[in-house]
Design a protein around this ligand. Structure first.
Ligand SMILES: Nc1ncnc2c1ncn2[C@@H]1O[C@H](COP(=O)(O)OP(=O)(O)O)[C@@H](O)[C@H]1O
Ligand SMILES: [Mg+2]
Length: 275
């Protein structure tokens, strides 16, 4: 890694690098994050969208110092979050981070919000007034920023159980909080409509951000007595491996590359992996 994270952290509020998380479930290992890289600006509203099981909640837990990654780094205001001890993790959570999980789970049958806002709307109340009311309510739910605390709001499928109208109200209020208080927001969702409220949207799939250099911290696998090993299908697909591969022993370990049968020219940087 030749990148200077210290220098970069002058520029960004949050830097996530090569973040990997492996869960052990009995004998099986589940790779939830396979090397995630991104940066977040101070005051930015970022959406991370991806299907169920893609690693969204895992990523948020790491960002909120609720759990430790298997490898990789999270730098917040120039400080490493991933290496904090338990006490400092707790302080970080308490002083910097606000968590918002599914509102429907927090407040059973949350129609309070809608019940307050909707009649106001129908009565033609100026939207400013209903927005303020919404903010107040959201503050009660712990969603809204209290002036300068928290600096970072982490949302996990906040609106997952709300109807579209209430979703709109909640997301508008979240956006207001972001704009008015400069709260940095990272909101994960599987809903494209919800993702749209952000300044920027990242897509996550199979524990990787789409369109990113796919550094793969490969699945952990065993080599049997005959030297055979299993390379999981997802890893083969992401690495573009076909039926035959080239093995190269390097100073970092074993490099397994697709066997390029399309041409003899090694310098040919042709990406068509159609072997
Ligand atoms: N505590 C855990 N133990 C084992 N596997 C887990 C655990 N938490 C999540 N996983 C697995 O990690 C993957 C990503 O899960 P998660 O981050 O919850 O995805 P998402 O929030 O996008 O639905 C899934 O395959 C899930 O089954
Ligand atoms: Mg989740």
């Amino acid at each position: 890694m030749s990148e200077n994270l210290e220098e970069l952290s002058d520029e960004y509020k949050i830097i996530v690098r090569d973040l990997m998380k492996v869960y052990k479930r009995g004998q099986k290992e589940v790779i939830a994050l396979r090397g995630i890289d991104f940066e977040v600006n101070a005051g930015e509203f970022l959406s991370i969208i991806g299907p169920s099981g893609s690693g969204k909640s895992t990523l948020l837990k790491m960002l909120g110092a609720l759990d430790k990654p298997t490898a990789g780094a999270i730098i917040y205001d120039g400080h490493s979050v991933t290496t904090l001890d338990d006490r400092r993790s707790m302080l970080y959570r308490r002083q910097k981070v606000g968590f918002v999980w599914q509102i429907g789970n927090l407040v059973p049958g949350l129609n309070a919000l809608k019940n307050v806002i909707l009649p106001m709307k129908l009565a033609g109340a100026p939207s400013r007034q209903s927005n303020e009311r919404a903010l107040m309510l959201l503050e009660k739910l712990g969603l809204s920023s209290r002036i300068d605390n928290p600096e970072l709001l982490l949302g996990d499928e906040i609106t997952g159980e709300l109807d579209s109208e209430t979703t709109e109200i909640v997301m508008e209020a979240l956006k207001n909080t972001n704009k008015e208080f400069g709260t940095t927001v990272i909101n994960v969702t599987h809903n494209p409509k919800v993702a749209e409220y952000a300044d920027r949207v990242l897509r996550i799939r199979d524990g990787l951000i789409e369109g990113q250099k796919h550094i793969l911290y490969g699945d952990i696998t065993e080599i049997d007595a005959k030297g055979r090993m299993v390379i999981p299908e997802t890893v083969r697909r992401l690495a573009g491996l076909g039926k035959r591969v080239v093995l190269r022993a390097t100073s970092d370990g074993l490099l397994i590359s697709p066997l390029d049968t399309s041409g003899k020219n090694d310098n040919n940087n042709n990406d068509t992996a159609t072997n």
